[in-house]
Design a protein around this ligand. Structure first.
Ligand code: HEC
Ligand code: HEC
Length: 317
């Protein structure tokens, strides 16, 4: 008996006393999602992929936020119902619950405030909640599933709640970089670590930090140079926070985007102007930090950024 107890306890105590402590860094690992209602998550998953949320039954949320393409759509700007082009690049829905505000200009306070945006937007789904509810009510499967997942059954509020609950489950823990943060030996290579060191030394970390490596503050795009004058053709979407506040100081100010899974979400920036990660890093160096950086350093930083690709439901993205 004693032997049995010891054989269980000793490895347990050993692993606690001698496991490497997590590293103390300005980026922290993504936790596992907390799933209180698996039924609501699955219902939200169905709704997220259901074209009946759009006016002409052609588009689902996943049309512009494909879970197979890093949670975005790979296009410069998104295409809405009847082929209408939107004015801005689609961000990833993975880890969106970690953002302090939603949308590039932060106009939605949280995911519940965000979810009506695409449904009502004439350039996106061009529908309305009463229209969506009427369609879903005709489907006995949804009626049944909502009755099981919510006390109050199928309703507009519960449709929104299910989608939000699903979005909250879209965390991508266990990237190689997170394993490094958890002090797992060999999680990233020496070159990738060098890239992370450069990311800190250049000051990228002052804007892209925390659990999402971004997503927690607003900053101007073009602090050390006029990105927009150099690019040309200024659009309403370029005005950023100004669209929300009408405050001159908020012109060209955006939510700093999360860099989680960034290797999968080209093209880059709110204007979708930039095809490769290397070019995006060079633009950041120039316009946010005022450096003309060497190819060598950019390459290393890109190698680091690629270690930020995580896992969804235990599978690499
Ligand atoms: C036609 C393409 C399209 C469809 C359909 C669409 N989205 Fe989006 N989504 C976008 C674009 C483009 C943005 C960025 C808009 C902006 O910031 O002004 C966005 C932004 C978001 C954001 C904010 C993410 C962030 O980092 O700020 C979330 C969350 C989101 N969408 C979820 C959804 C959900 C849920 C649905 C379905 C109800 C949906 N989207 C349908 C294109 C689309
Ligand atoms: C002063 C704040 C600030 C600094 C410093 C900064 N960034 Fe950014 N970063 C931003 C903002 C704001 C955006 C969004 C710009 C836009 O599209 O409007 C952004 C966007 C990006 C994107 C594109 C993400 C996407 O999904 O489109 C990448 C990649 C990126 N930054 C990497 C870096 C790297 C690497 C560095 C250091 C060399 C860096 N950033 C330094 C604020 C900053």
């Amino acid at each position: 008996m004693t032997k049995l107890v010891l054989s269980v306890l000793v490895p347990l105590i050993y692993s606690h006393a001698f496991a490497n402590p997590p590293l103390n860094e300005p980026i922290s690992p993504i936790p596992e999602p907390i799933i209180n209602s698996p039924r609501q998550v699955e219902l939200g998953n169905l709704l997220f992929h259901d074209v009946r949320l759009s006016q002409n039954n052609q588009l689902s949320c996943a049309s512009c936020h494909s879970l197979k393409y890093g949670g975005a759509d790979g296009q410069k700007v998104s295409t809405g119902v009847n082929g209408s082009k939107g004015g801005i690049n689609s961000p990833s829905v993975f880890n969106c619950s970690l953002n302090f505000r939603q949308f590039w200009n932060g106009r939605a306070a949280d995911l519940l405030a965000q979810v009506s945006g695409p449904v009502n937007n004439p350039l996106e789904m061009n529908s309305s909640w009463p229209e969506v509810l009427a369609k879903l009510k005709q489907d006995p499967y949804y009626v049944e599933q909502f009755n099981q997942a919510f006390e109050t059954g199928l309703s507009i509020n519960n449709i929104k709640a299910a989608i939000v609950t699903f979005e909250e489950s879209l965390l991508t823990p266990d990237s190689r970089f997170d394993l490094y943060l958890k002090n797992q030996p060999g999680a990233i290579t020496a070159e990738e670590l060098e890239g992370y060191t450069l990311f800190k030394q250049y000051g990228c970390i002052s804007c892209h930090q925390g659990v999402a490596v971004g997503g927690n503050l607003y900053q101007r795009f073009g602090i050390m140079g006029d990105y927009f004058a150099n690019r040309g053709d200024i659009t309403p979407a370029d005005l950023g926070r100004y669209q929300v506040t009408q405050n001159e100081n908020d012109k060209y100010v955006f939510k700093v985007p999360s860099l989680r899974n960034v290797a999968l979400t080209a093209p880059y920036f709110h204007d979708g102007s930039t095809k490769t990660l290397g070019e995006a890093v060079a633009i950041m160096m120039r316009y946010q930090l005022g450096y003309v950086s060497s190819e060598h350093d950019i390459h290393k930083i890109v190698l680091f950024l690629k270690t930020l690709t995580g896992q969804y439901r235990k599978k690499p993205l």
